[in-house]
Design a protein around this ligand. Structure first.
Ligand code: C2E
Ligand code: CA
Ligand code: CA
Ligand code: CA
Length: 279
């Protein structure tokens, strides 16, 4: 199944056939899956590297299907994009994550930030901005506590409506993050043209940070550039203390990764927040 992901080339017809079948099965099963309550949301902590405190979390969609088992988002999001299911899935994530965040605000810390991923097709939904606004009102979460993570893929479509949509969204007071920074082709020009607040350095750069002088130099430059542009920086995929210490010394603002926590259920996240309050 792994070989069916994007960025994978295969010269074997047998394997291509397998991938096509897998895709087809996903397409078949995703239909109605939301109504059958097969989706849930996990949360991965974002840690302030200076204070060591959890300052927020990223919401990550999980799918358990009786036929296919656990299907990773890297597999089903692209299918949901094509079928259009992503619109309803995205609304589910936004509503659920915001109501959960409202509970965490009351219980723990009203500054807690919730980050949600938005993919290209969601920007073709004319109701997106209204839906975000209504969900914020319904849950009582302040707009600046919601952060939307978008990748270059969203901006790449180059349509005018994307730009209008982003302006309307940021006008609500919602924060905008550039996800997977460093993996695209024109991230710099997008940083110039769109109102980003946060930059997330892709985990492929963090992986080798303690071994590779090139990656060190790149991360150094990205952190200083971000601060010069008044962007906060999140490092993704921190797995070791060395990586964490290096990034902290550099002045990277926030960190996310298995070192702090894997994506976990809302209940597990509540326990984690409780523990970190007692420190
Ligand atoms: P992403 O937005 O870049 O999310 C980060 C991914 O990195 C997550 O994978 C997370 O589990 C993983 N990760 C975090 N820390 C570490 C680490 O220390 N080491 C390693 N090896 N991995 C780490 P996940 O949950 O499988 O999600 C994959 C992608 O699926 C996401 O990448 C995002 O693009 C997409 N996705 C997930 N949930 C949603 C959603 O609700 N809506 C949309 N549109 N896309 C989503
Ligand atoms: Ca993300
Ligand atoms: Ca990312
Ligand atoms: Ca990614």
């Amino acid at each position: 199944a792994k070989a069916c992901g994007r960025n994978t080339f295969s010269y074997y017809t047998a394997q291509m056939n397998q991938c096509a079948q897998r895709r087809l099965a996903i397409e078949e099963q995703i239909h109605g899956a939301l109504n059958r309550q097969e989706f849930s949301i996990c949360y991965q902590a974002k840690t302030d590297l200076t204070s060591g405190e959890i300052m927020g979390a990223e919401a990550l969609l999980r799918w358990h299907n009786p036929v296919l088992g656990n299907v990773p988002p890297d597999e089903f999001i692209s299918v949901a994009e094509q079928t259009g299911n992503i619109i309803q899935l995205g609304q589910f994530v936004l509503k659920q994550a915001l109501s959960q965040t409202a509970r965490w605000h009351k219980q723990f810390n009203a500054d807690f930030q919730i980050a949600i991923n938005l993919s290209p097709r969601q920007f073709r939904d004319p109701m997106l901005v209204n839906f975000i606004e209504d969900s914020l009102k319904a849950t009582g979460v302040a707009a600046d506590k919601l952060e939307l993570e978008i990748t270059e893929g969203v901006l790449l479509s180059g349509h005018n409506y994307v730009e209008a949509m982003l302006t309307n969204i940021t006008n609500l007071g919602v924060q905008l993050a550039m996800d997977d920074f460093g993996t695209g082709y024109s991230s710099l020009s997008y940083l110039r043209s769109y109102p980003f607040d946060v930059l997330k350095i892709d985990r492929s750069f963090i992986n080798e940070i303690t071994n590779s002088d090139k990656d060190k130099a790149l991360i150094n430059a990205v952190v200083s550039m971000s601060h010069a542009l008044n962007l906060r920086v999140v490092a993704e995929g921190i797995e070791t203390d060395e990586q964490c210490n290096y990034l902290r010394k550099l002045g990277c603002d926030y960190g996310q990764g298995y070192l702090f926590s894997k994506p976990i259920t809302a209940d597990a996240m509540s326990s984690l927040l409780e523990q970190s309050m007692q420190l």
